[in-house]
Design a binder for this molecule. Structure first.
Ligand code: FPP
Length: 253
């Protein structure tokens, strides 16, 4: 057992959350939502909300590592986010570049493996460069895998995989009668990454928003009303605690 204490708002009564060390989710995926609303509540531009969201990313990676989570996937930019105003899209690209530039050394020191889920060919060249550098630098690390979903869409990923499989069929490398889930999964961005056990969405929204559509088949969902910049270690603990009290049956009894 892992003793984690949660302090309530008044800081008078302590509610103890005890996490079962043997049942820590292997893979947690997070839809980092609510940055815009967080900024609006403070009369700040939306981009300040995203900037504040990066601080939460730092905390969550550190805590996830401490808890023994093996894979952490963060939804940072969807294939639909290109519809946002140009200045917001540019700010998000810039935040990714700055994040990788500023954090790579520390992440590497902490043995973090960085992966990107999504179509990086459509990103600005500096973003592509930093992504490639981060992947190469951290590829032999043995710690937590940090998957940043960037220019990622679940439907896009599935269609891409279908087309890649078709190409292999045409080349004669795959027999069209033998396409199984195992074969298909090799063509997803998440090849070699286990499906998420737990998907967290803060900010009060309760939808999947084109995130890990194939992979979420048996994921447990956890929602919270706090906006992502206000998401703290205690929310992560509570999400894991609730997860540990669910009965996962995978369609069985
Ligand atoms: C959703 O909130 C959040 C995003 C679309 C971007 C999330 C990105 C970051 C936290 C930082 C950039 C990423 C990295 C890896 C450095 P929203 O803007 O839709 O919020 P709203 O629903 O309140 O408007």
């Amino acid at each position: 057992m892992l003793d984690i204490f949660k302090t309530n708002k008044s800081r008078k009564n302590k509610e103890q959350i005890v996490l079962d060390k043997e049942n820590i989710p292997k893979h947690i995926a997070i839809i980092m939502d609510g940055n815009g609303r967080w900024a609006k509540q403070r009369n700040l531009p939306r981009t300040m909300g995203h900037k504040a969201g990066v601080e939460t990313i730092r905390k969550v990676i550190k805590e996830s590592n401490k808890l023994g989570i093996k894979y952490l996937t963060l939804y940072a930019f969807s294939t639909e986010n290109w519809k946002r105003p140009n200045d917001e899209v540019s700010a998000l690209m810039k935040l990714l570049v700055e994040y990788l530039k500023n954090e790579l050394e520390e992440l590497n020191k902490n043995q973090v493996v960085i992966n990107i889920l999504g179509d990086i060919d459509k990103l600005p060249s500096d973003a592509q460069r930093e992504i490639k550098k981060a992947i190469v630098t951290t590829k032999d690390n043995i710690g937590i895998s940090l998957n940043i979903a960037f220019n990622y869409g679940g439907r896009d990923e599935i269609l891409r995989a279908v087309n890649l499989v078709l190409e292999e069929v045409k080349k004669g490398n795959i027999n069209e009668d033998s396409i199984s889930e195992d074969i298909f999964e090799k063509y997803l961005y998440t090849y070699n990454i286990p499906d998420p056990d737990l998907i967290i969405r803060p900010s009060g929204e309760q939808r999947i928003s084109n995130f890990l559509l194939w992979q979420c088949a048996y994921s447990e969902f956890w929602y919270s009303n706090v906006c992502w910049p206000d998401f703290k270690e205690e929310h992560l603990h509570k999400a894991i605690y609730d997860y540990q009290h669910r009965d996962r049956r995978y369609g069985g009894v």
